[in-house]
Every structure is written in C-alpha cells, then in structure tokens.
Design a protein around this ligand. Structure first.
Ligand code: DLL
Length: 428
C-alpha cells in the first residue's frame, strides 16, 4: 500500500479505536478526561502525541480484565505473560483479533515464500505463551501444514523433521542452535533434510547467531518479533532481504521515544518502541511502552514492501531478562526468595548460555539466625531443591540454586548489579 494511503487508513483507524476505548475502558476515559482530551480531538495519526501512554504497571494495576474493552461473551481466547511481580498480564482476544493475528502471521510466512505446499513445525511453547498458538494459526491461515511440535522432546522432533520432510520451523534462535547440535550428535546430515526456512524470535539474537543457524541447519533464518500485550508473534517480521523487520503497521502503529523524556526520537536514532493497536477489539492499547530499544527505518524495501521496518532489539529500558524465551524480572525471583523463611534478601542471578541453552543460577544467602541449622550438606541440598522447585512452580523457570553463608554475597547499590548476564558477551 502506498505510504500516504496507509497513513490515511491509520488515521481513520486511530480515530475509531480512541473512541472505542473512551467509551468502553474506564481507565482510558479517566486518563483522557484528566488530560482534557476528547476522541474528536484526534483527527489524524499526527495527533497520537496527545494520547496517554500505557505501561506494564497499568496492566498490573488493572489485573485481570480491567483494560478489556469487549464484553466477556466476545472473548474467545486468553493468553498471559509475566508481570513484574506476582500477577501475569492477561490479554483477551475476540474472534476478529485472532483472525487479524493469523493474517499478520501468514503475511510473515508469505514474505519469504512459504506456500500451501510447505510443512511447518512450531516449536514455541503452546499454552499461555503466545508463541505456539500464534504461529500455529498463521500457518493454518496460509494453508500450509502445521506440526504442533511445541518445546522439549528434541530427538523426537528431529526425527519428525527428517521423516515428514518438514520445510520450515519456528522456535527461539537459541533452541534452533540446540536442535542443530542434537542433530549432529544423532548423526543426522542436513543434506537429508528438506528444511529451508526458520522464523526465530521471542528473545534477542545476533547476526553471528543467524550465520551459525543458517550454516548448521542449511536454512534461511528470519527474525520474528512480537509481544503478548500487543498481539503475540508477528507484530513485525523480516522479509527475504533480512535487513530489518517490517511492522504490520496497519494494525500496530509504532512510535519511538526517549525513555527518559518520553519525547519522540528522530528516525535512525535508538529509542524505546511504543505501539498503539489500531484494530484490536479485546484489549486495545494506546501508546503501550514496550521497553524494547531499537531503531525505525521508513522507505521502500528491496522486497517491494512499503511498511516501516525496525532494527534488532538492542536492549531494554527496564531490567527484564529473557531466559529460554521466558520473560523474568529480578523482582519476581526476589519475591519467591523472600517467601522462603530461610532465605535472606541478598541474592545474585547469573545468566549464561551453555550448549546454546540459557541457564539461570540463583545464589541466595541464608538468614544468619538459620545458619546454625545448616552445618551439614544435607539441609543445604534440601533448601536448594526447595528454592528451585518454588521458582519452577511460580515463574516456570528452571534455575539452579546455590545457598551461600550469610554475608558472602557482594552488596550492591544499583539493582542491575544483582544480575550477571554472561550472555552479553555474545552480542555482535
Ligand atoms: O515473546 C511473543 C513472540 C513469540 C515473539 C514468538 C516472537 C516469537 P512475550 O512473551 O510477551 O511475547 O515477550 C515479549 O520478548 O518485548 C521483547 O523484549 C522480546 N522479544 C520478542 N521477540 C523478539 C525478537 C513474545 N525477535 C518480549 N528479538 C518483547 C528480540 C524479542 N527480542
């Protein structure tokens, strides 16, 4: 679509969505009234700057359904993602939302030549996470064959890739590398496979990783970006040019801001990505601050698409970690640790990547008053198991716990010092 035509469409859709949330979501009506804005003040996309921002905290404060605009009878699916502590973020979708999401995902697959003749395996987690079902519906929308492999059971999955002649795969980039390694161990030669393309995302990855995946799996590896609050996978996708990800901006309108001043940054500069959902019915969001840092680039792409592109995610403007595709806030780990009476509020998180899989080690100090009861190895082992199992049940993350003597973990002033992310050395 020509850029001017799309801008007009975005303007029309923005007017409609602003009026829709004003009349259906008290949170937005109150915010807009406080700012003295009426839906009729919004005449084009340029007026988006008058609208309020929405943050993850707003979603938490309105848990579970406070920001839902459609009546419950219209909601046909719910997904959820991690909150900063305790409550997850709940996102409800209407039938039309699911249709639009599936179409956006199908656009992505089509952009690198997936057709009805392809067999696509989805190895993102199925469940509350949007990755599995999000990509699944996109493959079905396109009419290709979907294999709902989900995560885990790597050897069985590899045999399916070989025996069924699977041509495409969607998973996290680190899992793609893990697959390649297991394949090698199983003695499977990529020449015997029909794999041609992969849709990789849900976590940051580098050009180095892309080169390795393409080489080891013999495929083209494409970036796939998204977040549950806005829709799920396929808010943006890479085309055959592999230079930036096209945003489905007729549905998700992007802005880039300075996270400190909240003013927009110039094209090409790094800023925090902000999205307004232009067509969503279940839980539409105005100017949602993703906390993802990136760049935006407009202009015609060599593939012929006119949609604006985003660069790779270069970091976050908050302290969220992504461990095996799962979003983890250090504050969530802290609240789990503090719910265990023997644990002191002194901890350190060490994140690493071993054999292409993320690992998390949680070091936590014993409370001094409990120290006397821990004079043999057995109670320490038991406590470590207890902490790991609580982290798994509350946060769904697999962590190794190391219990330390009181006073042995270095004290820090800044929050980020609680986290040592050794994967940072993996960046380009
Ligand atoms: O990760 C949705 C998704 C599933 C995207 C499958 C792609 C593929 P959340 O669990 O809500 O949703 O996490 C969203 O993950 O704000 C980014 O920080 C990060 N993220 C997602 N895709 C990418 C990517 C899904 N391609 C958060 N590159 C986002 C870098 C990504 N980071």
């Amino acid at each position: 679509m020509p850029i001017e035509e799309r801008r007009a469409l975005q303007g029309k859709r923005l007017q409609k969505i602003v009026s829709y949330v004003y009349h259906n979501v008290p949170f937005y009506r109150n915010k807009m009234q406080q700012m003295d804005i009426q839906p009729s003040d919004i005449r084009s996309v340029d007026d988006i700057k008058y609208l309020p921002f929405t943050t993850k905290q707003d979603l938490r404060d309105n848990y579970p359904f406070g920001l839902q605009a459609a009546p419950q009878s219209e909601i046909i699916r719910v997904h959820a993602s991690s909150g900063t502590t305790g409550n997850p973020t709940i996102v409800g979708y209407t039938r039309k939302d699911i249709e639009i999401w599936s179409e956006c995902m199908a656009r992505c697959l089509t952009s690198y030549g997936v057709t009805r003749d392809d067999i696509f395996s989805v190895a993102y987690g199925y469940g509350l996470f949007t990755g599995g079902l999000g990509v699944h519906y996109g493959v079905e929308n396109l009419g290709a064959t979907v294999i709902p492999a989900s995560t885990g059971n790597t050897e069985k999955h590899i045999r399916l890739i070989r025996d069924l002649g699977i041509t495409g795969i969607a998973c996290t980039p680190s899992y793609a590398l893990h697959l390649a390694e297991v394949m090698e161990k199983m003695g499977i030669d990529i020449k015997d496979l029909k794999l041609r393309f992969g849709a990789f995302g849900a976590e940051p990855w580098t050009e180095k990783m892309r080169a390795e995946i393409q080489d080891k799996l013999g495929i083209k590896a494409y970036n796939l970006y998204g977040l549950s609050e806005i829709m799920g996978p396929c808010v943006s996708y890479e085309c055959i040019c592999q230079r930036g990800s096209h945003i489905n901006e007729d549905h998700y309108y992007p802005e880039l801001i300075d996270p400190n001043t909240l003013k927009s940054v110039r094209e090409g500069e790094t800023g925090e990505l902000v999205f307004t959902t232009l067509t969503k019915e279940g839980m539409p969001l105005l100017r949602y601050r993703t906390r993802d840092l990136t760049t935006l680039h407009s202009g015609l792409c060599d593939c012929g698409r006119t949609s604006i592109k985003m660069g790779k995610i270069m970091g976050r403007s908050d302290d969220m970690l992504i461990i095996r595709g799962i979003n983890v806030f250090p504050s969530q780990v802290e609240s789990v640790l503090l719910s265990i009476p023997e644990c002191a509020p002194h901890y350190r998180l060490i994140v690493d990547r071993i054999d292409n899989l993320d690992t998390l080690t949680v070091q936590v100090e014993l409370r001094p008053e409990c120290f006397g009861q821990f004079d043999t190895i057995e109670p320490i082992n038991d406590l470590e198991k207890k902490v790991s199992s609580k982290l798994k049940s509350v946060l769904s993350i697999i962590a190794k716990t190391q219990v330390k003597a009181p006073g042995t973990i270095e004290r820090s002033q800044g929050k980020s010092c609680f986290v040592e992310d050794r994967r940072n050395s993996l960046t380009d």
